[in-house]
Design a protein around this ligand. Structure first.
Ligand code: MN
Length: 502
């Protein structure tokens, strides 16, 4: 399925108050709340619609407003704000039923204190400094995970934080009822790509089911030549073709076979409403090649993908693609492949056998065909490219047995300084933060997978918001990470998650 249009999704802005101050004050609360909601709605930092809702002043109004939010098919989350004081026992029943993502905006209508004019009327109206604390107590008392954003509502940082959370909420919304398909099972004996698919559906809302690769092959075999011709024309226009793949080139047929794979997989996904898939080189019966360019292009179109049966990474990549919609930079399936241990210039080279998304390509990819020692099939066609330098993250999801763990490592991608003339796959170089040995040690101590989503468009904050919405553990390896502290975090989290059934 294609990516959801973020501007079609709604976040509801619900302002709390009470009847203590009289109708005139409540009228002002309404006007101010509407102005803030409107301001958020128009802010370019916020990718979804922000919808003003009538202010709520009684337990009944609060329960009704939050029940409506919960039921609305387009509402992906709720922002609350207390312009005045809103006694928080009134919120208990409403909040108990709200399962959608929650953001508590701790702002104030006025940026500045009007030094010369301030009187008790102003003080009565502008009480969020303490009204929001009453609200915060109740949410903490109820152990509700939520995001708290603090600051003036027109401040760029505040808008950016809200926007980040909206993106996480949109990805969460996209996961609810999502379907991921696996062609074949897990790569034999591999541990980290396994996991509890029942627990994942309970926790995350998406389902993962398998089709024998024969079902996919049957769909591939229905592809007509005309459709292949059209897709080949797209390939010719989009990429620099290696001579053997050009028209009348010796391996032009390989390109046709690759296009046929892409069309077959694409139609299978569309017809089954799938948002992503996995495959495995151990189960390619009836397929001409291991899909290379097919998977690369499908990832760039927003689909999730995980190699070797890795459904957790497939779902995570889909979520990252939703979160990143409209941002610069891309996301890709990735694998830490090989290291450069030169002192003071340590690097990780990330790649895969074939499947790196051209969404992260620096410039026009070349389309090449080379032998592949794994899989025992005809030479697969793939896109080959480098990736620009700059900040990025690698993120990975593991099933730890009693919980899912989301792990993030902040990295600095580095444009390659030397040509890699014999490497026939797309690749990325990066320096992990805080440094190579700490980052790799922390990753390994956390049980981090070798498969990741590499993202140039998202930050740790997107993943942190997403993990909090999902109610799962998030570990971050960044410039502050020290191994002794990180080890303690692992120990303490073990205790926390054993005793808190999220
Ligand atoms: Mn792999």
């Amino acid at each position: 399925m294609s990516l959801p249009k973020l501007k079609a999704l709604e976040v509801w802005f619900i302002t709390g108050s009470q009847h203590l101050y009289g109708p005139e004050t409540l009228q002002q609360v309404t006007e101010h709340a509407a102005q803030i909601a409107n301001g958020l709605n128009k802010a370019k930092e916020i990718p979804v619609m922000v919808i003003f809702q009538p202010i709520v002043t009684t337990p009944e109004e609060i329960s009704n407003a939050l029940a409506k939010a919960e039921q609305s098919p387009d509402c992906i989350g709720v922002i609350t704000w207390m312009h005045t004081f809103s006694p928080a026992k009134m919120w208990i029943n409403g909040l108990k039923r709200l399962r959608k993502p929650l953001l508590h905006l701790h702002t104030q209508f006025n940026r500045d204190i009007p030094w010369n004019k301030i009187d008790m009327d102003f003080m009565n109206l502008n009480q969020s400094a303490h009204g929001d604390r009453e609200m915060g107590f109740m949410m903490s008392r109820m152990r509700l995970d939520r995001k708290v954003v603090v600051g003036f509502w027109q401040d760029k940082r505040v808008l950016a934080e809200i926007g980040t959370w909206c993106r996480a909420a949109a990805a969460w919304f996209d996961w609810q009822g999502a379907k991921f398909v696996r062609f074949g099972d897990n790569m034999r004996q591999v541990a980290v790509t396994e996991g509890d698919k029942v627990e994942a559906e309970l926790k995350f809302g998406y389902s993962v089911n398998t089709h024998g690769v024969g079902d996919l092959v049957a769909r591939i075999n229905k592809i007509k030549n005309k459709e292949i011709d059209e897709l080949i024309a797209v390939y010719d226009n989009s990429y620099t073709m290696t001579p053997v793949l050009k028209k009348n080139g010796a391996k032009r047929d390989s390109l046709r076979a690759a296009a046929k794979l892409e069309l077959g997989i694409r139609h299978f996904l569309e017809e089954g409403d799938y948002k992503g898939y996995t495959n495995t080189f151990e189960d390619l019966h009836g397929m001409a090649q291991l899909p290379g360019i097919a998977t690369q292009r499908l990832m760039a179109d927003g689909y999730g993908f995980g190699a070797e049966g890795d459904w957790k990474t497939s779902a995570l990549l889909r979520a990252c693609n939703v979160m990143a919609e409209g941002l610069s930079g891309g996301n890709s399936f990735m694998e830490d492949y090989t290291y450069h241990f030169e002192p003071k210039n340590e690097l990780v080279l990330g790649a895969h056998m074939l499947e790196i998304s051209p969404a992260i390509a620096a410039g026009k990819p070349t389309c090449e065909v080379h032998a592949l020692g794994i899989g025992g099939k005809a030479d697969p066609v793939r896109l080959v490219f480098n990736v620009n330098g700059g900040s990025a993250i690698n993120t990975s999801m593991m099933d730890m047995g009693n919980r899912f763990r989301l792990l993030v490592n902040e990295v600095t991608a580095v444009a390659p300084k030397k040509a890699l003339p014999k490497l026939p796959v797309a690749r990325v170089l990066w320096k992990p933060l805080p440094n190579m040995h700490t980052a790799c040690a922390a990753w390994i101590l956390a049980g981090g997978a070798h498969h990741t989503v590499f993202s140039q468009s998202l930050t740790t904050e997107h993943l942190r918001d997403f993990a909090e919405i999902a109610g799962i553990e998030l570990l971050c390896i960044d410039k502050e990470t020290r191994i002794p502290d990180f080890k303690n975090q692992l120990r303490w989290n073990e205790f926390f998650f054993q005793h808190n059934k999220y």
